[in-house]
Design a protein around this ligand. Structure first.
Ligand SMILES: Cc1cc2nc3c(=O)[nH]c(=O)nc-3n(C[C@H](O)[C@H](O)[C@H](O)COP(=O)(O)O)c2cc1C
Length: 269
């Protein structure tokens, strides 16, 4: 039996009691405090734990624009993104899908920050607003020739690091083969760090994603183990997003210019 209870106020209290299907070694005892006058104890696995309690807004970027086959099936990434959104939503968080196919990026490359003020295409303006106001990012990418999705990189390249700064990201890769996109993930670490949204240490790699997930993004087998595996990364994302939100809210910390300097100021003397 699994019982999850959430109450939402300014702080959220999560009580997760998991009795069956998880060994004691797989569970953690968490003392949940900082919830007004109450203090709760719970035992739960890596599946999103929400020990602190803010409801957060995450953007889930999908990296595939491949609508044709072979290889079969097309757009495996939609399944992976659906699984991530389901897990985040189950924890009470917002999980907006950002789909590169929804953007007409044209033949030539003109980033959002290259347009004169208020002259950028409306779709880019809206996405810039979403990036600015989000608490964190989930980057779902296939592995193409051992690299991250060029469609995802292209979309992200349209926005400056200042929009992503002060927020964490999670790397989720997948492939039709046996390595789950692990080689693409290595490049994503550097990319996302430079973009300003530091990736959390845990990552998710899904080998043979076409067998692991159905078209709705449900695990076909071993659901609890997959949730636990993905939950570890998403819980780290949640933890850092919560911490970063506090830092952003603290005016003393937030006003440092170190995140917003001109790129030339990074140069050594
Ligand atoms: C251009 C291209 C390059 C690929 N390169 C790799 C690769 O380096 N490693 C891998 O495991 N799979 C590779 N694959 C197979 C993909 O893992 C598989 O097609 C997957 O479904 C791609 O995700 P998508 O359907 O969301 O586009 C490649 C597929 C394509 C189309």
């Amino acid at each position: 039996m699994r019982y999850d209870a959430f109450t939402n106020h300014t702080r959220r209290v999560a009580v997760n009691l998991i009795f069956e299907g998880h060994s004691q070694a797989d569970q953690r005892l968490v003392l949940m405090s900082d919830v007004g006058t109450s203090c709760y104890a719970g035992i739960h696995s890596n599946a999103l734990s929400f020990t602190k309690g803010s409801v957060m807004q995450f953007l889930v970027f999908i990296g595939s624009v491949r609508n044709t086959t072979p290889p079969e099936p097309a757009r495996l990434g939609a399944r992976v993104a659906a699984a991530c959104r389901r897990l985040l939503s189950a924890g009470g968080h917002g999980a907006e899908l950002i789909d590169p196919l929804a953007f007409d990026l044209g033949g030539s490359f003109k980033p959002h920050f290259s347009y004169a003020k208020d002259r950028a295409p409306e779709a880019l303006n809206r996405l810039a607003d979403s990036i600015r106001s989000a608490d964190g990012y989930v980057m779902v990418s296939p592995e193409y020739n051992h690299s991250m999705s060029p469609a995802l990189a292209h979309l992200l390249n349209h926005f400056g690091a200042s929009l992503f700064a002060w927020k964490p990201s999670a790397i989720i890769t997948y492939s039709a083969g046996q390595w789950g996109g692990a080689r693409a993930a290595m490049g994503m670490r550097g990319f996302l760090s430079e973009l300003g949204c530091l990736p959390v240490s845990a990552m998710v790699h899904i080998p043979r994603a076409q067998d692991a997930l159905d078209e709705e993004g449900q695990w076909q087998n071993d659901s609890e183990r997959w949730d636990d595996y993905a939950g570890r990364t998403l819980t780290q994302l949640e933890w850092w997003a919560e911490a970063a939100r506090h830092q952003r809210a603290d005016g003393e910390v937030a006003i440092t210019g170190s995140f917003t300097k001109d790129p030339s100021q990074r140069n050594a003397p």
